[in-house]
Design a protein around this ligand. Structure first.
Ligand SMILES: Cc1cc2nc3c(=O)[nH]c(=O)nc-3n(C[C@H](O)[C@H](O)[C@H](O)COP(=O)(O)O)c2cc1C
Ligand SMILES: [Fe+2]
Ligand SMILES: [Fe+2]
Length: 389
């Protein structure tokens, strides 16, 4: 059986996608993911979110085993992205009376993506409630977390917050937070990849949630939090952009010159007592790298010149770095060139204005003794800055 009851008359009826390895054609999923769908049984029966296309039958079997899909009254669409809303057309085709609850923006997306007719959508606003008979819901608008239509659903009798992607983690294993030792790492990755660009909206959502007594957080990916304080505290810290004495060194190198500079920098920083993480862009796991950007105080960007610009992997990384808006305060840029150079200038021009560029060094070929001494000097200065805060 693929479901379980985790609170009286509240069931997890989702699916575990153990073998998925990529999300949004961008994010690696080393341990799969889950699409959490929840069934709430009062006098009326309601489903919170659905599953990724391809898993509709599994969801149907789970719902059938508990109440019968034809007996569902409502479907809450907290978020319109297909990993949670993709099964809506299938469920609606099998249950002619099923009504979709969504925000106004959600209603519009449901029409364009899933052809949901207007008369089958109930638009809800912030603070609206729904009485199921024995179970009472409240809807909390949480826009841009991480699409315009996103909202949360709160179940009053059980103090459960159904938060969709917010507080999520891409992990197939584990039903509860205390089962997965490294869940915080996966939650941090997820935050960095999906929520970090929307810190302002995240802060507003956390503020709103203060008005609710939350005993359980049931997100739409990964385990259910029976102890919500842990993840709430982590989110507070990430959203406020609290950083650690940590430097992420991101580099790419074709023949080792830039790599050598990156290594000298990381050794210098480590000898100054700074926590350093190095990523070689030619094989780095993007999820791990983004996870480290969530709380790193500084970044070192190192790339050689290729065709008058920076190596394309660095250009790609810079695009992501700027878009994700990590709380990085300081930056050092290093690079090697063969004849005319220009790579580091391109990096400097591209890096977000929110980051203070402390030092830049471009060397011809391999760094010589004088240049090595400069990198060491830069490293010591950066270490001091990083420890100052
Ligand atoms: C495909 C390719 C394109 C390059 N384009 C340039 C260039 O436009 N200008 C330049 O100064 N050097 C260019 N170079 C030379 C490299 O920047 C130089 O070899 C540098 O030292 C490589 O650093 P690395 O050892 O970290 O890979 C190019 C090298 C390669 C392989
Ligand atoms: Fe999403
Ligand atoms: Fe999602």
């Amino acid at each position: 059986m693929g479901f379980f009851e985790f609170s009286k008359n509240v069931y997890w009826v989702g699916v575990k996608d153990w073998s998925r390895r990529m999300f949004d054609a961008l994010i690696p999923l080393p341990r799969g993911t889950s699409y959490n769908s929840y069934l709430i049984v009062g006098e009326k029966k309601l489903l919170v979110d659905t599953v990724n296309p391809g898993f509709e039958d599994e969801l149907k079997k789970n719902v059938d085993a508990i109440v019968g899909l034809e007996n569902l009254d409502y479907l809450v669409m907290n978020h319109a992205e297909p990993d949670h809303a993709g099964a809506i057309p299938y469920l609606m085709s099998l249950n002619g009376k099923l009504k979709i609850l969504a925000t106004l923006k959600g209603a519009k997306i449901a029409q364009t993506y899933y052809n949901v007719p207007y008369d089958r959508i109930i638009v809800v606003e912030d603070g609206d409630g729904l009485e199921l008979g024995g179970k009472t819901l409240k809807f909390i608008e949480a826009p841009m977390l991480h699409w315009p239509e996103t909202m949360f659903t709160y179940l009053r009798e059980d103090n459960i917050l159904f938060s969709c992607d917010f507080f999520g983690a891409h992990l197939a294993e584990g039903f509860f937070d205390d089962e997965v030792e490294d869940l915080p790492v996966f939650a941090q990755k997820y935050f960095g990849e999906i929520m970090m660009p929307f810190k302002v909206m995240g802060r507003a959502a956390l503020e709103k949630l203060k008005n609710f007594e939350i005993k359980v957080i049931a997100p739409s990916h990964g385990p259910i939090y029976k102890n919500p304080n842990k993840i709430l505290n982590l989110y507070r810290s990430w959203i406020e952009g609290f950083t650690r004495e940590k430097v992420v060194i991101v580099y790419v190198s074709m023949w080792g010159s830039t790599e050598n500079m990156a290594h000298i920098m990381s050794k210098t920083l480590m000898s100054e007592g700074v926590y350093v993480v190095e990523y070689n862009l030619s094989y780095a796991d993007l999820g791990d790298l983004i996870k480290d950007l969530v709380d790193a105080r500084a970044i070192v960007l190192a790339a050689p010149t290729v065709l008058n610009g920076a190596h394309p992997l660095m250009v790609y990384f810079l695009y992501l770095f700027n878009a994700l808006r990590p709380p990085t305060k300081y930056c050092i840029i290093l690079g090697s060139f063969g004849w005319a150079g220009g790579g580091v200038k391109r990096i400097k021009d591209a890096v977000s204005a929110n980051v203070e560029v402390l030092d830049v060094l471009e060397v011809n070929g391999r760094a010589n003794e004088t240049e090595i001494a400069k990198i060491v000097e830069f490293g010591r200065r950066l270490a001091k800055k990083v420890k100052e805060i």
